[in-house]
Design a protein. Structure first.
Length: 470
């Protein structure tokens, strides 16, 4: 027996050869799978993929041929595909970066418009409004996605205020000499605050799935208790046409209901996963965050939606959708020992954030009206004992006030007497007799809104109504 131990029949030799080949293939595939999994936990900047693979440009494009293919799908699959195609273009990839000196000085950029520099965080976002302020597009994401950029921007603003206060205090102590003050400002103070002025400001960029490039945006407002941040893309002069997602009621959700998550896990844009509502009303406390050398405890997220949709790093800030294509939550956290999806993800419910998002956007749009009638395009005469009306002192060229034909006060150069002009006495149906009242009424309006304004003539006291668009 022992002499014939290695001796196989011809058929067995062939089987052994095939078995060895299959075993070699399995080992190779398993090694590759382990490599992908391991690298998926690395930073996105280290991920290697074919050109443009991270931006799935054709994911949400629909043609007649592909639409016919839906007939072969089940009703549930057709529902998911329909939601993805209608909502996917409104989901985006958000990233924040601290630009390097080289990027600032030479305007060198990488990744379709994002400056090279130190990455501060990235995640997902989605469009929530496109109607409030002309070409402005508002997006929602998680606060923790842009937290580092927000804190650095806030620190820089505080530093500028302190610098300006110190500058003002120092110059106030100097002799009232224009030449001396100019010398101090251009030499001593500029040297003193040179390092402060050289501070690099974090920048945030968004690439919406339906867009062709990254666009710079600003932080409109944040609410850490809901892990919420609202961003704004302004002056969208490109051919990109954005559409806001609609919110649904998270209160109507039931356990077992189907859900869809769209986001950018590990930087893989336009990734779609499906699942169900696993549980409702969960309270989630994430790990403490590092702020420099200080550990900052996280704020618990209450009444969260638990789902088994695959949620991974990079999905944060993306929408959690019901099968009607309505946003019922913002994906925010996962429970995992490995850092990747373990089938337990959490989303902040839509009913907790809808009103807060509206308030943040509304306050942002009001700032245009609160800066001394900038939106309207008029300057009001400083009120005194002789008048209690909002007399127009100046009108900006091509402004809504100029287009509506409103008339500023005109003073006779010889006599110094007012000979023409109008005052704003009402906004809509609300009388306004002073600047605070006028600002209050204008603060209720938003750019793009049509407005009726009642004017009173200085000479005849006759009134007329003009209609304009802010």
């Amino acid at each position: 027996m022992s002499a014939n131990y290695c001796s196989y029949p011809k058929g067995w030799k062939k089987i052994a050869w095939i078995t060895n080949v299959c075993l070699l293939v399995c080992i190779t595939l398993s090694s590759g799978a382990a490599f992908v999994t391991r690298n998926s936990n690395d930073p996105v900047t280290k991920y290697r993929s074919p050109k443009n693979a991270l931006h799935a440009d054709n994911t949400f494009k629909v043609s007649a041929e592909t639409f016919d293919d839906l007939n072969s799908l089940s009703p549930e699959e057709r529902t998911v595909v329909s939601v993805v195609r209608s909502c996917g273009p409104s989901v985006g990839y958000v990233t924040s970066v601290l630009p390097s000196n080289q990027a600032r000085n030479t305007s060198r950029t990488v990744l379709n418009g994002v400056p090279s520099g130190f990455p501060l965080g990235s995640g997902s976002c989605f469009i929530v409004d496109t109607t409030f302020a002309g070409n402005a597009t508002y997006l929602a994401t998680n606060y923790h996605v842009i937290e580092q950029a927000y804190e650095l921007q806030t620190m820089d603003e505080s530093g500028r205020r302190i610098r300006n206060e110190i500058t003002g205090n120092l110059t106030a102590l100097l002799p009232k000499s224009n030449e001396l003050c100019e010398f101090i400002n251009t030499t001593v103070l500029s040297s003193l605050f040179q390092q402060s002025r050289a501070t690099v400001i974090p920048e945030i960029y968004v690439r919406v799935n339906s867009a062709t490039r990254f666009q710079k945006c600003r932080i409109v407002g944040v609410d850490p208790k809901f892990d919420l941040a609202v961003l704004c893309l302004e002056g969208n002069s490109s051919s990109d046409s954005f559409q806001a997602l609609k919110f649904g009621s998270s209160t109507d959700l039931v356990v077992g209901q189907g859900l869809i998550a769209i986001g950018n896990p590990f930087g893989l844009e336009s990734t779609v996963t499906t699942g169900v509502v696993s549980a409702l009303g969960r309270e989630v406390t994430t790990a403490p965050r590092r702020r420099g050398l200080v550990s900052v405890p996280s704020i618990p997220l209450r009444n969260c939606i638990q789902t088994d949709c695959a949620i991974n790093p990079g999905n944060s800030g993306g929408p959690l959708l019901n099968r009607r294509g309505q946003v019922v939550g913002i994906n925010s956290a996962i429970l995992s020992t490995s850092g990747s999806s373990a089938g337990i993800g959490f989303a902040v419910p839509s009913d907790a954030i809808q009103e807060e998002i509206r308030n943040i956007i509304r306050q942002d749009s009001r700032r245009f009206s609160q800066r001394g009638m900038v939106t309207l395009g008029v300057a009001i005469v400083k009120q005194s004992a002789w008048s209690d009306k909002n007399w127009i002192a100046k009108i900006a060229p091509n402004s809504p006030a100029a287009i509506a034909g409103m008339k500023p006060l005109q003073i006779n150069s010889t006599s110094g007497c007012i000979e023409a002009g109008e005052a704003i006495v009402a906004i809509g149906s609300k009388p306004v007799s002073n600047v605070p009242e006028l600002q209050k009424e204008l603060s209720r309006c938003v750019p793009g809104e049509q407005l009726s304004i009642t004017l009173e003539d200085f000479m005849t006291q006759e009134r007329r109504v003009v209609y304009l668009t802010l």
